[in-house]
Design a protein around this ligand. Structure first.
Ligand SMILES: [Mn+2]
Length: 424
């Protein structure tokens, strides 16, 4: 379901007077507001195809109704998000939860919606019905070479699918690891994984990248074969220039200093992509910025510092994606909240007085350094984010409009109250 331009314009007209007051005040308090608005307009965040339905836990799943029943409907939902916020212009597919077969149709649908295909994701953490061998004891690390080969072939297949859609990167997240001491020879598991990744790397087209995602624990609870950024970086360095690390915010142990990790990886030229979410305990898949927005701001502060240092374009230099999917919110409203939180944190980090911060650091002025960061963090940049949205044709208040129009009820009418998004 898509909105008419008239519906969006009418919504904006109703809210414009208040917005203009807030924008005028905000612009009077920050440096270079128009530059920030312009950067915000260019910033696109990939929406994962698996976030469009209700996620579940291992205890249960509560369907939302009106969930997309196929890849075309997933694209339609992302197109709707993009209409509302003008920042959700890319889609990240997960194979085989999404199995595209009519490529020309999907490509023309994407063009019609103004969407592009972001990194494609392989899946060797589940057995699929057609599959000969089991991933119960791992995939790329497996003691049995035939299992490793099956997982390698799957990844190569995913690259081919991505190529047909115009994607330029493969994200590999491995559930491989062990649940009990003694189960696994760590060195052999690492070596097997490296050899498997090397074969996948060899199948990458010249202009492709491979992102190695890490995770501290779950589903394996004693060891993960790509368990932290150090292990991921080892693989990425050994594989070559097309390989880099992907940071998923929820994949760290509690209180990990993610902003420092990001800073070092960027400095090494080995930060490839980002999965945004938020967490209190582990891989909670919560809405971006819902638990610790200051951490998100600090991460963006390091990202901007590192990207500027390397001359990377903020919008295109890294692959920005959301990776969250949970149980109780309307998934589309949740994604609107996540994108908004990302853009707020990005815009606040753009406000940091980097010259003054550098001076404070050079003079060991800890108090002033904190003042500079927190001054930026405590600035309300929401009017700048809203302005960038309406300048691009989006809605002033996406969630308000989503509710006013009754989008969820309309989706339930078309797709039914018990539809389940594929893969969930
Ligand atoms: Mn992830």
């Amino acid at each position: 379901m898509l909105l008419s331009k008239h519906t969006i314009d009418q919504h904006n007209t109703d809210l414009i007077a208040m917005h203009q007051k807030q924008l005028a005040y905000c612009k009077s308090t920050v440096e270079n507001p128009d530059k920030i608005i312009n950067l915000l307009s260019q910033f696109q965040i990939g929406i994962p195809s698996w976030a469009l339905g209700a996620g579940g836990t291992r205890f249960g799943r509560f369907s939302f109704g009106g969930e997309p029943r196929n890849i075309e409907e997933k694209m339609e939902d992302i197109a709707l998000l993009h209409q509302l916020n003008q920042s959700s212009g890319t889609i990240s597919l997960h194979i085989p939860w999404d199995i595209p077969n009519d490529f020309p149709k999907l490509i023309s649908l994407a063009a019609e919606y103004g969407l592009a295909f972001d990194a494609v994701n392989s899946n060797t953490f589940q057995n699929q019905p057609s599959q000969a061998l089991s991933y119960k004891f791992g995939s790329l690390q497996h003691v049995n070479k035939a299992v490793r080969q099956q997982a390698i072939q799957h990844n190569i297949e995913v690259i081919k699918i991505g190529e047909s859609l115009g994607s330029k990167a493969l994200t590999v997240w491995l559930a491989d690891g062990s649940c009990f001491p003694g189960q696994l020879n760590f060195r052999k598991a690492f070596q097997n994984t490296l050899e498997s990744l090397t074969e996948i790397y060899a199948a990458l087209p010249d202009d492709w990248k491979i992102f190695i995602e890490y995770k501290a624990f779950e589903p394996n609870f004693y060891s993960m074969t790509v368990g932290d950024w150090g292990q991921s970086l080892l693989y990425a360095n050994k594989l070559g220039p097309k390989a880099s690390t992907l940071v998923d915010l929820g994949h760290h142990l509690p209180n990990a200093n993610i902003e420092q990790i990001v800073s070092i990886l960027l400095n090494e030229g080995k930060l490839g992509g980002f999965h945004f979410n938020d967490s209190k305990y582990g891989d909670d898949d919560l809405t971006v910025g819902s638990i610790n927005p200051y951490q998100l701001f600090l991460i963006f502060n390091e990202l901007i510092d590192g990207m500027n240092e390397k001359g990377l374009d903020h919008a295109k230099g890294l692959a920005w994606m959301i990776d969250a999917s949970h149980n109780i919110k309307d998934p589309l409203e949740d994604l609107l909240q996540s994108v908004e939180a990302i853009k707020i944190a990005y815009s606040q980090a753009l406000l940091v007085d980097t010259v003054a911060l550098k001076d404070a650091q050079e003079n060991n002025d800890t108090v002033r350094a904190q003042e500079i960061l927190q001054h930026a963090y405590r600035t309300d940049t929401r009017p700048l984010v809203a302005e960038s949205r309406i300048q691009s044709g989006g809605a002033l208040d996406p969630i308000k409009l989503f509710r006013q129009v009754g989008i969820r009820a309309a989706l339930v009418d078309v797709r039914g109250s018990d539809s389940t998004a594929t893969g969930l």
